[in-house]
Design a binder for this molecule. Structure first.
Ligand code: SF4
Ligand code: SF4
Ligand code: SF4
Ligand code: FES
Length: 957
């Protein structure tokens, strides 16, 4: 891949216009879209105008006066960054007068700037230094003895970047980046004139301010004032590789800037289509886990989980796993083993795992962690629209007029998309939030939701149906769209259902807790405002009626005509980086790659002929079925790649019992995670920095993951799966992940046009990509739905069995926080812990007072599944009767409390509704005490791991 260390900065953002203007700059004719700045037009003509306060990710500001130009027939020296190009202009960027003026500006800057260039961390990558060279600055007439800021104190409070005010040139780029790009408004310029300085919050330290450490200001800063600490420690990078963030489903593209095999910094890539040069604290800074001392570099085996681990060679570990799997199948039957893949793995890796299960295990017992997050999305959207995926690009939000966010918390879960959405909201789009909790986006700087429908957890279906009721009964439907694009029989049936009085906001108010007038106003706004876009998350899917709500959302989009163009659509915000991809790759027990059912003989025949095996036409076991079968004694062996089922699946004690019921658990991971503590074989995995492959984000965008350092344990994850298949007697022979993608493309119609070559050419591709759409498909369902006519489905509200009682009078719901990710295995091993070092229980002041709970108190949270203890945060973000926690720390045991209730269609667990009681306590719960003992024992067994001595021993069977 090309090195992108030095990229062109056009000075001002690109302008779109149908009108073009032609002008002359330094004698060169150049044609640009109307509205383009002279500075950008000059770059197009191959001319760099000196600049300091301008950069192409931000609107021009015109403060530094370095970019002055002369325009024939005009007086003065306008700034080229703020002057739009006009037809017929004759512009000069280099004249003796301009040279003199620029030198004068530079003299002023340099007279208040430390001259420590040789030892400065930005040496070689400093725009001020460059400009001193470009302007020919040779001396500074003002001297350095006057008042200056050279001794200003540094702010080192942020763990990832430092702020050295002595180097600040007050160009305002950081302030604008925080406002325009990130939308946090954490920075201001305090003081006036000479005294003006950048200040986080009210002259606070960065860590005490509103700053969310996204790094946009650091990236925008032209000097070493805001600088990554990793650059200060390691020096400037010497090459870069474009890759994709391994955290959330936004799928931001990054330049991994390297020195040899060492990452110096991760810089969001300007040409990344999902992020356009922006990032959040996780992708930008929290990559240190990849080289953390807890990484497990050696394969290990043991007979029982009470035995010490034994380090062995790759061949020994893989042969042992294969022999155990064969033994189990011989003893307990073909269906006694299975595999679980993870949305953290690449497409190529997940494809191989499902192939291994189907071809080498000979069954369909393969599932993925999407089971516990977005499986209802796959089901619900397939039923209604015909494809198990979101309909839009992230950029589509730029054209939305009203945005409905249901059960998602984008500023924490999908921060880079949230920034884009907030920008659109600041431009005037309206916002409707449907969430039991007052999430940040309800009210943040310059943003206020028009409506916050603060529903009771578990009542999503009643809310989406009530919204539909208003739209249908008040005549707000897109009649033409429905008549032309949708299935009329299903529409009639659905309409007659939703228009019933019992679906009205007034009738359901008691159930949902949403005032009827608010519900009606929100429905009217959504239906009437123009382009209406719906974004939703796990607050929709992780319910006993998750699939029903997804279908209800699709109904809402169809009845208002909000599908099939930019600015609208049904947009699931996927949790992990490759949730979409792991589903696409056939990781479900009933589907082969491309969402084709295993019972379909034509599809099976395609794979059977390519793989040379017979495929079972019956769906295999889902994850919860595997657990039940393990407890029941019929499921005995598991290959688990990249997923920590013990921490992330609901009802931890049930999962632990299932793990104990198996005879061979093989875990392939980068850390000895909670699941690995129950494993018999540990195969070291590789981080995203050590692998080649692809991830597919929430917009169906396939992006390359590129290796920047060798796999720590010697083998990449795909190679391990290949070796395991071979050891099981099934031949797999790939030269590279590229060859795996070629096989995926050949066997999957929606991927026919995908190849690494095309990905390199296009940067990324949104599937479907095939003969009909060679460059991919940014917007789906444009002229017709994938299933032909859009199908309305009746969404009957059925209250969850999980009801409050006198014993369990509160409803617990769960979610994420910005700085931590999922089970926390990665982010807990970074400085991100400085923002969030423990999971806490949010409780409303009223409920807290009733129980005598004060801020920071330890409280026991008890459900019918179990009990855990956390510290309390008393907060009005939750409504009375509702408590909330995150789930990033294993010792919190959030999933000890969650139950095994699940979505009726997909078994996605009902994480979002658990009836609980909360009481002050003095000691950890009995589960936590047991966890701490088990955890300590497992660490001792790991510490006692013996290296092979004179020939490896294999545990006796
Ligand atoms: S790191 Fe991000 S949030 Fe913090 S001040 Fe900079 S731009 Fe603003
Ligand atoms: S901190 Fe950097 S970007 Fe911000 S005003 Fe100072 S020099 Fe400019
Ligand atoms: S965590 Fe998500 S939003 Fe943050 S940088 Fe990674 S992909 Fe982007
Ligand atoms: S770059 Fe134009 S005024 Fe600073």
């Amino acid at each position: 891949m090309l090195d992108h260390l030095k990229e062109t900065d056009y000075g001002t953002p690109k302008r779109e216009s149908e009108r073009e203007v032609t002008l002359e700059i330094d004698g060169n004719e150049v044609t640009v879209p109307a509205g383009t700045s002279l500075m950008r037009a000059a770059v197009d003509a191959g001319i760099q105008v000196p600049k300091l306060c301008a950069t192409d990710s931000l609107e021009p500001f015109g403060s530094c006066r370095l970019c002055l130009v002369e325009i024939e027939g005009r007086r003065g020296f306008p700034a080229s960054c703020t002057t739009p190009a006009e037809a017929g202009m004759k512009v000069r960027t280099q004249t003796p007068k301009l040279q003199e003026l620029r030198k004068g500006v530079m003299e002023l800057y340099i007279s208040d700037h430390p001259l420590d260039c040789l030892t400065c961390s930005a040496n070689g990558n400093c725009e001020l230094q460059d400009m001193a060279g470009v302007t020919g600055l040779r001396n500074v007439r003002y001297g350095f003895d006057g008042a200056n800021h050279i001794k200003s104190e540094k702010d080192e409070s942020n763990p990832y970047f430092s702020y050295d005010p002595s180097k600040c040139i007050v160009c305002n780029r950081c302030v604008r980046a925080c406002e325009e790009t990130q939308g946090t408004f954490a920075l201001t310029i305090s003081g006036r004139g000479f005294e003006s300085r950048v200040s986080p919050g009210q002259d606070e330290a960065f860590m005490d301010s509103e700053c969310v450490s996204c790094g946009a200001c650091v990236e925008a800063c032209p000097t070493a004032t805001l600088q990554e600490k990793s650059v200060i420690w390691l020096g400037q990078p010497e090459h870069s590789v474009i890759t994709t963030c391994a955290y959330c489903g936004v799928g931001c593209a990054f330049k991994a800037e390297m020195k040899g095999n060492e990452v110096v910094r991760m810089v969001p890539w300007k040409d990344g289509k999902a992020n356009a040069g922006h990032s959040c604290v996780k992708g930008r800074f929290a990559w240190g886990y990849a080289t953390h001392q807890d990484r497990m570099p050696k394969p290990m085996i043991r007979k029982n989980i009470s035995d010490p681990w034994q380090e062995v060679s790759w061949d020994t570990a893989i042969n042992y796993a294969a022999s155990e799997f064969k033994r189990l199948q011989a003893k307990y039957g073909k269906d006694s083993i299975g595999g679980i893949t993870s949305s953290r793995c690449t497409n190529e890796e997940t494809y191989l795992v499902q192939k291994l299960v189907r071809a080498a295990f000979g069954n369909n017992n393969v599932d993925t962690c999407a089971r516990v997050c977005h499986s209802p999305t796959g089901y619900g959207l397939k039923q209604t629209l015909g494809e198990s995926a979101g309909t839009q690009t992230f950029a589509s939000v730029d054209k939305a007029d009203v945005i409905m966010v249901i059960g998602a918390n984008p500023t924490d879960g999908h921060p880079v998309f949230a920034s884009r959405m907030k920008k659109r909201l600041r431009q005037g789009a309206k916002l409707i939030v449907v969430d039991p909790r007052r999430i940040d986006i309800v009210k943040s700087p310059h943003i206020k939701a028009a409506h916050h429908l603060q529903l009771r957890p578990g009542t999503n279906v009643a809310v989406v149906t009530a919204l539909a009721h208003v739209i249908v009964t008040e005549g707000l439907m897109a009649d033409d769209f429905v008549a032309e694009r949708c299935d009329s029989a299903s529409f009639k049936e659905w309409k007659s259902y939703v228009e019933r009085p019992e679906q009205s906001p007034e009738a359901t108010e008691q159930v949902t807790g949403v005032p009827a007038a608010e519900m009606r106003a929100a429905a009217r706004l959504f239906a009437k405002a123009g382009n209406g876009a719906i974004y939703y998350g796990l607050g929709v899917t992780e319910h006993s009626q998750g699939s029903t709500t997804v279908m209800g959302i699709a109904n809402l989009a169809m009845v208002t005509g909000n599908v099939g163009r930019e600015g609208v659509g049904v947009n699931p915000l996927r949790g992990q980086n490759n949730v979409q991809g792991s589903c696409d790759m056939g990781s479900f027990p009933h589907e082969l790659p491309g969402y084709r059912h295993v019972s379909d003989s034509t599809t099976r025949a395609t794979f059977e002929s390519a793989w040379g095996v017979q495929i079972n036409p019956e769906p295999g076991l889902r994850i919860p079925n595997m657990f039940d079968a393990a407890i029941g004694g019929s499921f005995k062996g598991l290959y688990c790649e990249g997923e920590d089922i013990v921490q992330s699946d609901p009802n931890t004690q049930h999962v632990a019992a299932a793990m104990m019921g198996m005879e061979c658990v093989v875990v392939q991971d980068i850390f000895l995670n909670e699941t690995a503590k129950y494993a018999h074989v540990f195969l070291p995995g590789s981080s995203f920095l050590e692998k080649d492959g692809t991830f597919t984000n929430a917009e169906r965008r396939i992006s390359r993951v590129r290796k920047v350092m060798p796999p720590k344990a010697g083998l990449a994850d795909w190679e391990v799966t290949v070796k395991l298949a071979q050891a099981l007697g099934y031949p797999m022979d790939y030269k590279s992940p590229e060859a795996i993608m070629d096989e995926i493309a050949a066997l999957t119609p929606t991927f026919h046009g995908v190849s690494y070559k095309r990905l390199d050419e296009l940067g990324s591709i949104q599937w479907p990509c095939n003969e009909n759409a060679p460059d991919g498909t940014p917007t789906m369902h444009i002229d017709r739905f994938v299933r032909g006519k859009g199908k309305f489905i009746v969404t009957q509200y059925v209250a969850t069995d999980e009801k409050v009682t006198r014993r369990f009078p509160l409803l617990l719901t769960t979610g994420r926080i910005l700085s931590q990710y999922n089970v926390g295995a990665q982010t807990r091993r970074t400085e991100n812990n400085q923002w969030h070092s423990e999971d806490r229980l949010e409780i409303h002041p009223h409920d807290a007072e009733e129980r005598g709970v004060k801020e920071g108190d330890w409280v026991g949270i008890q459900s019918r599944a179990g009990e855990t203890v956390l510290r309390a945060t008393v907060s009005e973000r939750v409504q009375p009767g509702v408590v909330y926690t995150t789930f990033h720390f294993p010792e919190s045991g959030a999933n000890v409390i969650t139950t095994d209730n699940s979505d009726w269609a997909t078994n996605c667990p009902e994480y979002k509704v658990t009836a609980v009681q909360v009481m002050p306590v003095m000691q950890p719960s009995s589960w936590q005490q047991e966890y701490s003992r088990f955890n300590r024992t497992q660490h001792e067994l790991l510490a006692a791991a013996s290296a092979p001595q004179g020939g490896e021993m294999v545990p006796a069977k």
